[in-house]
Design a protein around this ligand. Structure first.
Ligand code: HEC
Length: 260
């Protein structure tokens, strides 16, 4: 027999036997595949109830689940918003609330909470005036719900602000509302109360600084078409889209008409 013939014969015999052997062996595997175990949500003959899933030990709390139904987490009791804080308020809480409010809420509601934040001044849907009687009359749980779930055109801040800090903001909203309508009778007798105009002058501003003010019209915006002559050189360096931007392209209240 030639060497060549032997080689091709062995190839023809060896290959199928290898395949057969592998198939046979895999049918015989006796590894952890066949261990007695529970598959989630499948029935089981082991327990009298026929369920593989075991009932939770009473009082079991999943991680992060905490007291998910508590007033602290929801602002609700029997599905009703309440007008109270879930924990005592002190100056530390109020300062935290002020800090968070100034970071997250002032762009639309302004530092006063009157709804005249910079984004609104530049065209966002008017934000609620937190000092106005209807909104000021809402229970604290309502503010908590608005921050947690959003409200109309207002996005929610659940991801950015912890539950604890949301309540701190709620407390600070109450402080803002009180501060704006406070009278001399609200402070202990003999307290030195200054007018805002005096504080303003002491800080080096004009006496009129705390009064209502309006933003100037949006003209002379670079790229808006009517730039100052010494900016003309820069115009060439700007992308065409910016150069062609229409003048006063932010129209008041023309965007974001959310629904309640
Ligand atoms: C991006 C702008 C924006 C930001 C930031 C924002 N709000 Fe608002 N907020 C709005 C707008 C707009 C409305 C009015 C929504 C409507 O009536 O459709 C509103 C309404 C409200 C109301 C009134 C709800 C009612 O009963 O009418 C409350 C309270 C409120 N916001 C609280 C907050 C707090 C607290 C923060 C900060 C955590 C915040 N908002 C941040 C835009 C904003």
């Amino acid at each position: 027999m030639s060497k060549h013939f032997c080689q091709s014969l062995s190839r023809w015999i060896l290959l199928p036997s290898a395949v057969a052997a592998l198939t046979f062996l895999s049918g015989c595997r006796q590894d952890m595949q066949n261990q007695p175990k529970m598959i989630p949500q499948r029935e089981s003959l082991f327990f009298p109830s026929g369920r593989s899933v075991r009932p939770q030990v009473p009082g079991t709390v999943a991680r992060n689940q905490g007291d998910a139904d508590s007033y602290f987490q929801t602002g609700l009791v029997n599905n009703q918003v309440q007008d109270r804080m879930p924990f005592p308020v002190n100056m530390t809480v109020l300062r935290k609330g002020q800090e968070r409010f100034n970071i997250y809420c002032t762009p639309c509601h302004s530092r006063l909470g009157n709804g005249r934040g910079m984004i609104v001044e530049r065209g966002y849907k008017p934000a609620g005036n937190l000092l106005e009687p209807r909104i000021a009359g809402e229970p604290m749980g309502h503010y908590f719900a608005v921050i947690t779930h959003g409200y109309g055109a207002m996005p929610d801040y659940a991801a950015q602000i912890s539950v604890q800090d949301r309540w701190a903001i709620v407390a600070y909203i109450r402080a803002l509302q009180l501060s704006q309508n406070a009278t001399l009778q609200d402070v202990p007798p003999g307290t030195n109360v200054q007018k805002l105009s005096e504080v303003s002058e002491q800080m080096g501003y004009s006496a009129q600084f705390p009064e209502q003010w309006t933003l100037p019209e949006l003209t002379n915006v670079p790229g808006a078409g009517d730039m100052h002559s010494d900016l003309v050189g820069q115009k060439q360096a700007m992308p065409a889209s910016a150069q062609n931007a229409p003048k006063n392209s932010f129209k008041k209240n023309s965007r974001h008409t959310g629904t309640k």
